[in-house]
Design a protein around this ligand. Sequence first.
Ligand code: NI
Length: 168
Amino acid sequence: MTIHSIVTLPDRRLRVNTKKITTFDEPLQVLIADMFDSMYAAHGVGLAATQIGLDLRIAVIDVEGDKKNQYVLINPEVTMIGEVVNMHEGCLSVPHVSAEVKRATRVKLKALDRHGKPYELEASDLLAECIQHEVDHLNGKLYIDLLSPLKRDRLLKKMDKVQRSENM
Ligand code: NI
């Protein structure tokens, strides 16, 4: 088991566009297990490969955190089908802060599972929010990109301030 450290802003590896996964071998299964372990260790509900410095199109999700409903999203495509509302969001790669962003309340997800088998799923509320957040990561996007420049600036300054005070 490997717990990966989480890449945080301003690391450019969070901004890459990821490559599709085409091989569903043993190293991929190890990576998936390590991604879940890294996510639980960091107390997150989702983790994308870019957050451990990999440019691969894979993310893991467990919104309850009890390991009963673990989702593996490989080469995912998401369609927003619900109404767009304000949702509260944070990210392990943008530590210490959170903000309200606009997200669809329902989504349709098409992805491959850990063995390369296609699946589809409709999700709502927190799971829908998390799916949108993680798929954004795989496109090099962060939730702070959805904020106005003024709000984003304020949030990043706050993040810097807390990080500096922690390092003292
Ligand atoms: Ni995130």
